[in-house]
Write a protein that binds this ligand. Structure first.
Ligand code: AKG
Ligand code: FE2
Length: 464
């Protein structure tokens, strides 16, 4: 979630880093910006419901200009949009897979036919198909039903207080068309978030402690995700080894973003999650409750080589031009594995039809459990000249530097924040994804704290 706050970087940065990721090609911006388009229409027509606006947008083939025109021309009765693309997220309408799903992992399969084609969506439902053709694995009916309902109810009591998140696109501040909230393990983590962490140039404001059921479930998610990581490494990664920069430590969630999508129009556009505080090759455990929706994934196309199948990915079967829809029913756990954030984008697609859930009504509540790593605490990572922690990004589209990491100024994407300082430096990590030199920094820090403590103890003793 943290990334869709900031995923749109200013294109007119005064000091573009010489080798940084290039702006997204128009097609990608087009596809990524449904939320922004809806937010723009919403700000012009605050009285119209998101469903109405979505319908107008769809009937205008996604063109904001045409939609604005149609709305201003007083087309109050919006004609039903031609169903040019599948929007329903209701499971049970499985489109046949154009292949026989086997047990072989894509990375170990010599010649796998592309599954999707440009502009097409392949719908996947079974854990086997999902694991074989995307960087995700899923467990349906993850929690005992009573616990899933207890968690859902705990969160439904909170969601009325959630807010939509503002982000900046060029000079406009727009709101994400869904609501969200951030939870951390302990009170100390709340304080730490308030004093050290920034998202899109701002602190988050509303930071809460994990609720009791969320906390209980966090342990179950941790154990399941660690098992899934082992399976992924064993069955899908070259030589059965973890990826370069992936942490070898057991995954230890200590924070959670909760997203609420109230009705089919609420959604989130294509994005990758921010790496800054999770480190490279992060893993995320995502639990879905309530209304079933489509989680879509799409491989990032290298800008200067759209024909390239892949160099590092473990999932060559997915055609880089198409998208894959993963159907997430109530009580399903989805693990985004280590290859996900750097090489793929994900979204929650708008849905014209949803099947209400007996407890949640029209709402889908999603919890993404995350591991905020100590070595990526902002006090240890680079700062830019604006004085804020730099953000960690990876080159995704430029073939020559693809896969390299960089620290950059985040002020340029802060609502009202100006251009920022344009800070840029390449990031260096050990093979286990630890920032080069981190241990030394941390040790020095601890030494200073210990020295201060020792001095205080001596001073106290003298006073006595
Ligand atoms: O709602 C979801 O399943 C995805 C949410 C998401 O992408 C995020 O929190 O970053
Ligand atoms: Fe995300």
């Amino acid at each position: 979630m943290d990334a869709f706050i900031s995923r749109k970087r200013r294109r007119e940065s005064p000091h573009p880093p010489p080798q940084a990721e290039c702006p997204a090609p128009p097609a990608e911006q087009e596809e990524e910006s449904t939320d922004i388009k809806l937010a723009m229409l919403s700000s012009l027509h605050p009285g119209r419901s998101q469903d109405d606006l979505l319908e107008v947008l769809l009937s205008c083939d996604g063109s904001v200009d045409a939609a604005i025109e149609a709305l201003s021309a007083g087309h109050k009765d919006v004609p039903p949009p031609p169903l040019k693309r599948r929007l329903t997220a209701t499971p049970g309408m499985q489109s046949a897979l154009p292949f026989k799903s086997g047990s072989k992992s894509p990375s170990k399969t010599a010649a796998v036919q592309p599954l999707t084609r440009k502009g097409k969506t392949l719908h996947l439902y079974t854990p086997e198909d999902i694991a074989n053709h995307t960087p995700c694995s899923t467990i349906h009916n993850f929690l005992p039903p009573y616990l899933a309902n207890a968690l859902l109810e705990e969160l439904l009591a909170e969601v009325p207080t959630y807010e939509s998140i503002e982000f900046r696109i060029f000079e406009n501040v727009v709101k994400s068309p869904h609501t969200a909230c951030f939870y951390v393990d302990s009170l100390a983590d709340v304080q730490r978030q308030r004093s050290e962490y920034y998202y899109n140039g701002n602190d988050l404001g509303d930071i809460r402690q994990l609720l009791p059921v969320m906390r209980q479930v966090s342990d179950l998610v941790r154990d399941a995700v660690n098992k899934e990581i082992d399976i992924r490494i064993r069955d899908f990664y070259p030589d059965g080894k973890k990826l370069k920069y992936q942490s070898p430590e057991p995954w230890q969630p200590n924070a959670a973003f909760v997203n609420c999508y109230d009705g089919g129009a609420q959604h989130v556009g294509y994005h990758s999650d921010q790496l800054s505080y999770l480190g490279p090759r992060p893993i995320i455990g995502s639990l879905s409750l309530g209304v079933a929706r489509e989680f879509r994934v799409r491989k990032i196309v290298p800008k200067d080589d759209p024909t390239e199948a892949d160099s590092t990915s473990t999932t060559p079967a997915a055609d880089i031009s198409g998208q894959i829809a993963i159907h997430l029913p109530h009580n399903s756990l989805l693990v985004m594995h280590a290859e996900m954030q750097e090489e793929w984008k994900h979204s929650i697609a708008p849905a014209l039809n949803i099947t209400p859930h007996p407890v949640a009504g029209n709402k889908r509540v999603n919890i993404t459990y995350r591991w905020y790593r100590e070595e990526f605490r902002p006090k240890y990572t680079p700062k830019c000249k604006c004085g804020l922690p730099a953000v960690l990004k990876t080159v995704q589209k430029q073939k020559v530097n693809r896969g390299r990491y960089m620290w950059m100024c985040q002020v340029g994407s802060k609502p009202g924040g100006g251009a920022g300082c344009g800070h840029f430096e390449w990031a260096q990590f050990t093979d286990d994804g630890v920032p080069a030199g981190w241990k030394a920094v941390a040790d020095k820090d601890n030494l200073q704290a210990e020295t201060a403590q020792a001095r205080k103890a001596v001073a106290d003793e003298i006073k006595l």
